[in-house]
Design a protein around this ligand. Structure first.
Ligand code: PNS
Length: 195
């Protein structure tokens, strides 16, 4: 049985992520969506890891061969524990490749299996978790970009965020630098959650 790990922050999972996971199952018997820790983003997560796990499970339950798990430490160690024969990453553009290539090489140095890059489907190549959070933060419908359960969770989460545009109905514009995560994060389009 072949198993591949598809790691990321998935904050939140998008339709692009689901598409990559589904397509990866044509190459591997089991594809584990691994919710992993990205030190660079740890302070800025909108959804906690258990919520991300729940949403990823809910959104991929129709896909045989896809599992969801938390990657608690180094990805390389997790791959070794699970007997993974590959890491899956989605690529939307050259800038994704620039970010991913060093990680693939470092992971290999750390004893991880080879990284297999899958090109994003054209329909999803513009979607990132950061942009989803940005648009949702202004109270707009993101159901064309994320699975239904994620759209609902974002709506609920942002309605709870004091001062968010979705909360107070005021277009308060982009989030100013230094705004705490409880208000809202993601207005800056960083390299968030590869497809
Ligand atoms: O979706 P992201 O945030 O771009 O994914 C990055 C992620 C989570 C896959 C990466 O930060 C990672 O693998 N984290 C686990 C810890 C680890 O192994 N770090 C070394 C990576 S070379």
């Amino acid at each position: 049985m072949s198993l591949a790990v598809y790691p990321g922050s998935f904050d939140p999972l998008t339709l692009g992520h689901v598409d990559i996971a589904a397509r990866a199952t044509t190459l591997f018997d089991v594809v584990v969506i691994g919710i992993a820790h990205n030190a660079a983003k740890a302070e800025r997560h909108l959804l906690d890891v258990h919520e991300r796990l729940r949403l990823a499970r809910d959104s991929t339950s129709h896909l045989p061969g896809v599992e969801v798990d938390i990657v608690p430490g180094l990805l390389a160690d997790y791959c070794s524990r699970r007997g993974a024969s590959a890491i899956i990453k989605g690529l939307r553009n050259g800038s994704d490749l620039d970010t991913e290539l060093p990680m693939a090489l470092l992971n290999r140095d750390l004893g991880a299996p080879e990284t297999v890059f899958l090109p994003a489907s054209a329909a999803y190549a513009h979607i990132s978790s950061s942009l989803v959070k940005d648009v949702a933060g202004y109270g707009r419908d993101v159901s064309a970009l994320v699975p239904p359960a994620v759209a609902h969770a974002l709506e609920v989460r942002l309605a709870q965020a004091p001062g968010s545009a979705a909360h107070d109905g005021v277009d308060s514009g982009p989030v100013p630098p230094g705004t705490p995560p409880s208000r809202f994060v993601g207005a800056d389009h960083t390299r968030e959650d590869l497809p």
